[in-house]
Write a protein that binds this ligand. Structure first.
Ligand code: PEP
Ligand code: MN
Length: 338
């Protein structure tokens, strides 16, 4: 249920409503809107009608059911879009946020060179995996904490924010100590233990859609993080499995307007994993901005031919620069900026 407070409802009226929600055995989540506060009451669906009685409490305007199975992630609960704040960076605001960097962190020199180039091109977040979820146990697994240190050094040198993946619930605290944004990858979208830990540590999270995850399942996965009280969640479409083999996955760009209708959470697109080929990345990045994405996650490598992972889909530094220049007018055409 959503308890919509009247404009100008007092702090004590809000507190009283929260007390009553908790007394009835539900969790209260306060969502501050531009106009007024709403309180999400979530818990057992059975018996939720008892929450209707809150309508007579002072300061309450209406009590309305959240019809979707995802409650805190639903657009209904917020009425508009959310902005995820990463320090002074806003994801979901007027600027399209570009996160760029190699698939894997390989060396300090590689990270510094990439960071300087993507920053000069206009990116604001540096990506790079230190813990890699590889299909083969024999493939490069990442540099672990050493890789996190290289990301940290690149942040110190450039001021870029850092996004990096966490694979294991036991590593959440370690990765959160270095990262500005925790990435939860496609293969872990329904790793509920990992989602809960990411919810508890409270760092902004970029949650990637699984390759066989429906949009509803994706939003229910986000709900796990939100229900721990971490509302700083952005979603990432990165391609799904279909019968098509010309591309690595099928980038589901229709997920962008669908998600923008169903949820208030910002939506990022990853055209690198979505296509698997560097030469398809630029057209799909442009299409993503045109269809309402709040940001892009793009793999960039100084020498893709030597990359430890995903070289085939990584843009060279010059190609990335060129793409950023081509994205600017597209962002402007849809009322955004880079
Ligand atoms: C990645 O971003 O490098 C990655 C492993 O992505 P995904 O989880 O989407 O496969
Ligand atoms: Mn990759």
């Amino acid at each position: 249920m959503i308890i919509v407070m009247k404009t100008g409802a007092s702090e004590s009226q809000i507190r009283e409503v929260i007390r009553r929600i908790e007394e009835l055995g539900y969790q209260a989540h306060i969502i501050e809107g531009a106009q007024r506060t709403v309180i999400g009451a979530v818990g057992d669906e059975r018996g939720k009608d008892r929450l209707q009685s809150l309508e007579v409490m002072p300061g309450v305007d209406t009590v309305v059911p959240i019809l979707q199975p995802f409650k805190l992630a639903s657009r209904e609960v917020k009425g508009g879009k959310s902005i995820v704040r990463v320090g002074d960076l806003e994801i979901g605001g007027p600027a399209v946020v570009v996160m760029a960097g190699p698939c894997s962190v390989e060396s300090e020199a590689q990270m510094l060179q990439t960071a300087q180039a993507v920053k000069a091109a206009g990116a604001t977040v540096l990506r790079g995996g230190a813990f890699k979820p590889r299909t083969s146990p024999y493939a490069f697994q990442g540099l672990a904490e050493e890789g996190l240190k290289f990301l940290d050094a690149a942040r110190a040198a450039t001021g870029l924010k850092i996004i990096t993946e966490v694979v294991n619930p036991m590593d959440v605290e370690l990765v959160a100590a270095y990262a500005d944004i925790l990435q939860i990858g496609a293969r872990n979208v329904q790793n509920f233990a990992l989602l809960k830990r990411a919810g508890e540590v409270g760092k902004p999270v970029l949650l990637k859609r699984g390759m066989a995850t429906t949009i509803k399942e994706f939003l229910m996965a986000a709900e796990y993080i939100l229900s721990e009280g971490n509302y700083n969640v952005a979603l990432c479409e990165r391609g799904i499995r279909t019968f098509e083999t010309s591309t690595r996955f099928t980038l589901d760009l229709s997920a962008v307007p669908v998600l923008n209708k169903l949820t208030h959470l910002p939506v990022i697109v990853d055209p690198s994993h979505g296509t698997g080929h560097w030469d398809y990345v630029a057209p799909m990045a442009k299409a993503s901005v045109a269809c309402g994405a709040d940001g892009l996650l793009i793999e960039v490598h100084p020498t893709p031919e030597t990359a430890q992972s995903d070289g085939l889909q990584s843009l060279k530094l010059t190609k990335f620069q060129q793409l950023m220049d081509e994205l600017r007018p597209i962002a402007l055409a849809v009322g955004r900026r880079l």
